[in-house]
Design a protein around this ligand. Structure first.
Ligand code: GRF
Length: 200
């Protein structure tokens, strides 16, 4: 059974989608055993508590530099015997210390069709503001492996979502979450967990 850590920063709706998928038997090769938040006020921590999943907070500003922050994260993941990591609305930067330790075993959900509207500075509502400003007719979400390049790792899954007349960034964000993120992330999580479980 692959032990999964989910890293969060905000409301945790993607974490909730993973918890719900797990409870529905849709992630048979893995088990969410830890939630790591970048801040103590993330509502995602409430969701973890309700689901009886261990959680902890590791704040970047508590560490003098990226190397020390990375080391604290890796130490926590290893102490919990974590096999793979899912970034679900996680906003802190993971340095090479974490990426090396979990090479090809960290996945991230990004709320656009990469390579559009991704990379440095594109997160949360900013992604949808940029899509609306550009006037694209179709956007969506992408799950990709995490490497040293922001949003640069191998693409695992994508799902398109149509932009509708009168969309605001908030309305579009919700539609992309409902129609794409909350579907793709559990699917990709099970796909990678199954590969790791088989030693691929
Ligand atoms: C949202 O902008 C979502 O599109 C992105 O992370 C943000 C927070 O998601 N993946 P969550 O509700 O904390 O999962």
């Amino acid at each position: 059974m692959i032990r999964i850590a989910v890293m969060v920063s905000g409301g945790g709706t993607n974490l909730q989608a993973l918890i719900d998928a797990q409870n529905a038997g849709k992630i048979p090769h893995g088990r969410i055993t830890l939630v790591v938040a970048s801040n103590a006020s993330a509502y995602a921590l409430e969701r973890a508590k309700k689901a009886n999943i261990d959680s902890c907070v590791i704040k970047r500003k508590d560490y003098g530099n990226q190397v020390a922050f990375d080391a604290a994260i890796v130490e926590t993941l290893h102490a919990n015997k974590i096999d793979m990591v899912v970034l679900a609305g996680y906003l802190s930067i993971l340095g090479s210390g974490v990426i090396e330790a979990y090479r090809d075993r960290i996945i991230n959900i990004h709320p656009s069709l990469i390579p559009s509207f991704c990379g440095k500075g594109f997160y949360g509502l900013k992604v949808h503001e940029a899509a609306l400003a550009r006037g694209v007719k179709v956007t969506g979400a992408t799950v990709h492996l995490v490497n040293e390049i922001p949003d640069g790792g191998r693409i695992l899954k994508q799902k398109a979502v149509y932009i509708e007349e009168g969309d605001t960034p908030e309305i579009l964000q919700k539609r992309v979450m409902e129609q794409a993120e909350w579907i793709l992330l559990p699917e990709a999580c099970e796909e990678i967990a199954a590969q790791l479980d088989k030693g691929e």
